[in-house]
Ligand binder design. Structure first.
Ligand SMILES: [Zn+2]
Length: 321
């Protein structure tokens, strides 16, 4: 699936600061153009698919995609394997959040809940959980197999009550949204005073080292917004939230610059993985759990890891007007 085949619209103003000036930054692997706001430096796709067309991407095909450009391969199988092995990313995320706020008895909502793995871990920790999911089949899957409350639709269409949740989860979602600021403001409203917003997104700060050849521009072509720590801070501030902590997670994907070694190392890793999963699955799971813990770094401004994690809080008392 190519985004350029969808109905496109020209973005007149920066989605973050609403100023109009922008310069070309990089032409992605699919030919779509990423521009940089000349006022706030935010990177966004322009032109981009109209929102209605963008929403239609998230079907069953998206989660079981054989497409190199967009979506996930064998999503459900991988999710189950990670949950059963105890190394799902949700464990790392929720353990981190619990360093700030225990989840027992808390009300949690996840936007883009996929197959519900993170919500399932949150429920195991004693939270009351709820999801919003664009893909109808995934929403049905959660309701059927996990008996959790999930709303099928987009965040924009969700009529969320004010001051209702202790924690909002937004994992690898904000970069898919045409109006990330509107979404952040909507989520701030639905948080209780003192409530937390946790989000993860690919780290466009990697462009400082890799420029236009950064991995983020050459995979996941459904992304329309690219955040680094500065633009994420701006987003959070404009949504009247306070940053409690920021982390850089994962590797840098340097191998994307060398397709040959990328293919060779990917092949080698997959052979080693299949051997290990046949011969010593518990050892492999232990290695994966350890690796998850080791690759989370507090953000101090020069991180190059591929993913940014951020925890923000709604003020406990309303701001003075
Ligand atoms: Zn801007």
């Amino acid at each position: 699936m190519r985004l350029s085949e969808l109905p496109l619209e020209v973005v007149a103003d920066c989605p973050l600061c609403h100023e109009s000036g922008a310069r070309d930054f990089v032409s992605r692997g699919d030919g779509m153009q990423v521009v940089q706001c000349t006022t706030c430096s935010f990177l966004y796709l322009n032109p981009r698919p109209v929102n209605e067309a963008l929403q239609r991407i998230y079907s069953t095909a998206y989660y079981e995609s054989s497409d190199e450009m967009c979506g996930y391969r064998e999503y459900l199988r991988r999710e189950r394997e990670a949950l059963d092995g105890g190394w799902h990313i949700g464990y790392t995320i929720l353990d981190l959040i619990e360093q700030f706020e225990p989840l027992l008895g808390k009300k949690v909502i996840e936007v883009g809940s996929g197959s519900g793995s993170v919500l399932r871990i949150a429920a195991q920790k004693g939270a009351t959980v709820q999801g919003i999911e664009s893909c109808a089949e995934m929403a049905q899957y959660i309701q059927k197999h996990l008996a959790m409350s999930v709303m099928h639709g987009s965040l924009e269409d969700a009529d969320l009550p004010d001051d209702a949740f202790d924690l909002v989860l937004l994992c690898e979602v904000i970069e898919h949204l045409s109006d990330p600021l509107g979404a952040a403001r909507q989520l701030q409203k639905c948080l209780k005073p003192g409530g937390l917003l946790f989000l993860t997104t690919p780290n466009a700060g990697c462009t400082g080292r890799f420029g236009g050849s950064w991995y983020g521009f050459h995979a996941s072509y459904e992304h329309v917004s690219y955040f680094d720590m500065a633009s994420l801070n701006r987003l959070i501030g404009q949504a009247s939230l306070d940053v409690l902590g920021a982390w850089s997670f994962g590797d840098t994907h340097p191998d994307v610059h060398d397709k040959k070694s990328d293919t060779a190392s990917t092949l080698l890793k997959s052979v080693l993985r299949s051997f290990a999963s046949e011969l010593a699955p518990s050892l492999l799971n232990r290695y994966r759990r350890t690796k998850r813990r080791q690759t989370l770094y507090p953000c101090t401004g020069i991180e190059q890891a591929h993913s940014l994690w951020l925890l923000a809080q709604k003020a406990a008392t309303p701001y003075a007007e």
